[in-house]
Ligand binder design. Structure first.
Ligand code: NIG
Ligand code: FE
Length: 412
């Protein structure tokens, strides 16, 4: 049977097969069809076009989308949504004057989340995480990358990655997993960071790949966390397991991490709140996608990634939530798109491109997700009634989603 949307006010992000991302000036265009139809068969988009060319068939299930828009679900390529408890006390500590870095130095931050997670059962961790994910689906997220990195022991990292695997099986969302053992240096390795990197390379990575628990590798390449030497060692080891990398870099300091990531042909470099000209030079002529995380800038009050510099240099850009308990305790991609427009001077077209097709590229799934294309998965947002897609970022804090279809089925 066919599910057919008719009278769609705007069918957005219509792309030809084979297009994997969009860069530079081309990001200013969001290809669309006004007054459109869209046909879903099984779990895929089978056809679409202008209403003037629509012919109904016997047995069609018709959905009238008058005054509504349809766009592909958000592809959120950077999250830490599997975590235990929360860090709302640190939020209050920051209001009272402590910085994120000061809190981390006192043993708070990532180490605080790791302690809580180590004491949480796998089942409980799954329940806490799936609850967050169900809320994300209602906000229009259709594909999500999830990182480990709050375990920081072999057992706890494996626990996190198994929970991510369970989510993959349990949820209708498209999930990609990333091993981020190098998220922080555990207390007991404080004076011997090299030994912790050894543990990652010699114990964690082999076990994780034996159980086939990760799609990507990540490192928090930052002062006080992991430096260029550590990052290079981990990326070199990951090559043996054919793991592509997605690197946290340039959040607070710049010291050559972007160039290193590009040299390793990283899939993405994420954060980039600090950016130097030489980072832009490194990214040019690479296949590495820069990823901005404006929710983190908003929540921590740090600079926003200079999107204009990147896009004006002809580069692509993806937007992601960074959903995590410390620097971005929200995974609302509608708000991320608003922030990109309001705080990073991205146009609505650029922001929607960055959160859909470029987000899909940043998870290595743009052949199947991220645009309205024949044969791609029917992961669709049907919006509330509105006149134009400009209202999605404009009405910040609102949920523009009326209903969500994942793999050709409306969510309950
Ligand atoms: O992407 N920067 C490193 N990791 C996370 C924050 C983790 C935390 O504070 O728990 C981020 O912002
Ligand atoms: Fe992150």
């Amino acid at each position: 049977m066919r599910t057919v949307f008719i009278n769609i006010r705007e069918l957005l992000q219509v792309r030809p097969q084979g297009q994997k991302s969009v860069a530079g000036d081309a990001m200013k265009t969001l290809p669309k069809i006004n007054n459109a139809f869209l046909i879903v068969q099984n779990d895929c988009i089978s056809d679409f076009g202008s209403m003037t060319n629509f012919r109904a068939q016997n047995g069609d299930e018709i959905i009238d989308a008058t005054d509504r828009l349809i766009l592909p679900c958000w592809c959120d390529s950077h999250s830490h949504v599997v975590y235990a408890g929360n860090r709302s006390q640190e939020f209050v500590d920051r209001i009272n004057g402590l910085s994120y870095e000061e809190i981390a130095k006192r043993g708070g931050g990532i180490l605080n989340s790791a302690k809580t997670l180590q004491n949480t059962s796998e089942d409980d961790l799954f329940e806490q995480s799936i609850d967050r994910i169900e809320k994300l689906i209602r906000l229009g997220t259709g594909a999500l990358e999830i990182k480990s990195g709050y375990g920081l022991t072999t057992d706890a990292e494996l626990k996190m990655l198994r929970v991510i695997r369970s989510i993959k099986h349990h949820s209708e969302l498209k999930i990609k997993s990333t091993f981020l053992g190098a998220h922080a240096v555990p207390e007991q390795y404080k004076t011997n960071k090299v030994a912790y990197v050894d543990l990652i390379i010699n114990e964690m990575l082999p076990k994780i790949s034996q159980e086939n628990l990760t799609d990507f590798i990540d490192v928090f390449c930052e002062k006080g966390y992991f430096d260029l030497v550590d990052t290079k060692r981990i990326l070199t080891a990951a090559k043996n397991y054919n793991l592509k990398s997605k690197i946290h870099v340039n959040q607070f300091n710049t010291f050559g991490g972007v160039k290193l990531a590009v040299d390793f042909n990283a899939l993405t470099v994420d954060h980039l709140e600090q950016l130097e000209d030489k980072d832009i030079v490194a990214l040019k002529n690479s296949e590495t996608m820069p990823v901005a995380l404006p929710g983190c800038s908003f929540f921590l009050g740090i600079p926003y990634t200079p999107a204009r510099e990147l896009i004006n240099a002809g580069l692509p850009l993806a937007l992601a939530s960074d959903y995590n308990p410390g620097s971005s305790p929200s995974g609302n991609m509608n708000f991320v798109v608003s922030l990109a427009c309001i705080k990073m001077n991205m146009t609505p077209e650029e922001a929607i491109n960055a959160a859909s097709i470029n987000g899909a590229y940043a998870m290595g799934i743009s052949e199947q997700y991220g645009s309205i294309t024949r044969g791609k998965k029917a992961n669709l947002i049907l919006t509330k009634k509105m006149r134009s897609y400009n209202q999605i970022p404009y009405e910040f804090g609102n949920n523009p989603v009326h209903n969500v279809m994942l793999n050709g089925q409306f969510i309950e």
